[in-house]
Write a protein that binds this ligand. Structure first.
Ligand SMILES: Nc1ncnc2c1ncn2[C@@H]1O[C@H](COP(=O)(O)OP(=O)(O)OP(=O)(O)O)[C@@H](O)[C@H]1O
Ligand SMILES: O=P(O)(O)O[C@@H]1[C@H](O)[C@H](O)[C@@H](OP(=O)(O)O)[C@H](OP(=O)(O)O)[C@H]1O
Length: 444
């Protein structure tokens, strides 16, 4: 985005005229052993030496998302409105939010890239952030990830190597969504996620909550190479080459704060424009094409309307099945399409579907009983589905980077339609739809 173009932005117009919902492993050390240590700041303050070897205007019809007019931030390049000052921004944002989130939990944009391409990054990415990143242990051969024409990427090295159990487990670790460089391997059975103050607070609160048995165990903060991470249970650790699916929950994937910021101080993003163009070159408006950029809420709303987020209250972010991964579900929108994706994911196995259905019901009961859930807006959080050839199947709640507390005394029911200011997320509505979807599949 050329600087002068950014600077020429004068006015952010809030408009609600647009109906969005239509109802409808890379190389390197196969057997290589690398030892390094890290200092861990666990809750009990025990210092541990860790050894790693081996390696707007809203008119809804009663349901959130359906028939809604979603608030838009429209950027106009002309106009004589005054310059937006930092004070304006603070005033606007502070008026709506009790506390600010750390930058890393709001957007990856300003986050450190210190670990990108790092030698020590044993769980490394094969593409940049935001496209649903597959992360695998380095191996002798490369991961066949460059085939953009083929949605399913083959992880071809896995089966050819004589591997001990720990190595097999590590090789089956996969990051199906999120930001590049977010994860590192922890010691046995754990992973490290880039620190976010907000997510840390959520993990701490969740320890005392009825939801704790549906959330990866949290082991405290860890410092590695001068950076902070949250250490948590690796949910894949006890599975044998698991199949994994990430479903992002809710009717909305951005914070109200992001909307406010974009309105008060619009930031045009060329990267998001490019991602939009890759999927649908007709999607950007004439103005956006001229600017070659879009705001983040605009991009996020477009993603929500294209996928099943608006229509079903959840969307599939990525899948690893056998040796292949697919993160190209941006246009998977209809119930029928979602059913088909689940059917392929479980390879038609009824036992697995039934285990998932049971687990989702347990999750729903825990959510309904949860004090944490009542008092938090849950945005961008996922359900991680995991099963293996032994037909063991689990579902876990992950990613609390954008899960934020409500003001004292306020509660959400997670069903009501979202209107800006009410902070509803449609999580339970989405979960109902997810359960219905799986039940339809079970009944086929
Ligand atoms: N505890 C865990 N155990 C195993 N895999 C995990 C765990 N947590 C996350 N993952 C994997 O990493 C991926 C990204 O996780 P997460 O959503 O927490 O990252 P993020 O960078 O916050 O993502 P986003 O940018 O979507 O908010 C998940 O899709 C999943 O594949
Ligand atoms: O899935 P896509 O199409 O790749 O789009 C990304 C996705 O919506 C992420 O959830 C979001 O990060 P946050 O959830 O942290 O906001 C990221 O924003 P970012 O580019 O600002 O990191 C988007 O680019």
């Amino acid at each position: 985005m050329p600087k002068q173009r950014r600077r020429s932005l004068r006015e952010a117009v809030f408009s609600c005229s647009s109906p969005v919902c239509d109802g409808s492993g890379r190389g390197g050390g196969g057997g290589r052993t690398r030892n390094f240590s890290s200092t861990e700041i666990c809750d009990d303050q025990t210092q541990m030496a860790e050894q790693y070897s081996g390696q707007a205007g809203f008119l809804c019809d009663g349901k959130p998302g359906r028939g809604c007019l979603v608030p838009q931030v429209t950027i106009t390049s002309d106009g004589d409105s005054r310059e937006i000052t930092e004070e304006d921004l603070e005033e606007e944002v502070n008026g709506r939010l009790r506390r600010k989130l750390s930058n890393s939990s709001i957007s990856s944009n300003g986050s450190s890239t210190a670990f990108d391409e790092s030698e020590d990054d044993i769980l490394s990415d094969n593409e940049t952030k935001s496209k649903g990143i597959v992360t695998l242990e380095h191996l002798g051969d490369s991961v066949d990830s460059g085939e953009q024409s083929n949605a399913w990427w083959k992880l071809k090295t896995i089966v050819h190597c004589p591997l001990v159990a720990t190595q097999r487990r590590r090789l089956s670790w996969v990051q199906l969504a999120g930001h590049k460089g977010s994860f590192k391997a922890g010691d046995e059975g754990s992973i490290l996620k880039k620190f976010s103050e907000n997510e840390k607070l959520c993990f701490e609160r969740l320890r005392e909550d009825t939801l704790h048995s549906f959330v990866p165990s949290y082991y405290g903060m860890v410092e590695r190479d001068g950076e902070l991470f949250l250490k948590m249970k690796d949910l894949l650790a006890n599975f044998d080459l698991p199949n994994v699916m990430d479903c992002k929950m809710g009717v909305r994937t951005y914070l109200e704060e992001e909307l406010v910021r974009a309105r008060v101080k619009p930031k045009l993003r060329e990267d998001l424009y490019n991602k939009m163009m890759e999927v649908d070159s007709e999607a950007p408006t004439a103005e956006e094409k001229k600017q070659q950029a879009v705001t983040k809420p605009r991009y996020m709303q477009w993603r929500e309307s294209l996928s099943s987020t608006n229509t079903l209250g959840f969307r599939i972010e990525g899948i690893k099945r056998g040796e292949t991964c697919n993160t190209d579900f941006k246009k998977t929108q209809s119930k029928e399409d979602v059913i088909q994706v689940f059917k392929d994911f479980v390879e038609g196995k009824k036992n697995i579907i039934n285990s998932y259905i049971t687990r989702l019901e347990d999750i729903k009961q825990a959510l309904k009983a949860s004090e944490f859930f009542k008092k938090h807006e849950v945005i961008g959080s996922s359900l991680l589905f995991i099963h293996d050839h032994k037909e063991r199947a689990e579902v876990w709640l992950i990613d609390f980077g954008k899960t934020t507390p409500l003001p004292e005394g306020e509660k959400l029911d997670h069903y009501r339609p979202w209107e800006e200011g009410n902070r509803e997320d449609g999580y339970l509505w989405g979960l109902d739809n997810l359960q219905q979807t799986l039940s339809l599949l079970a009944g086929e």
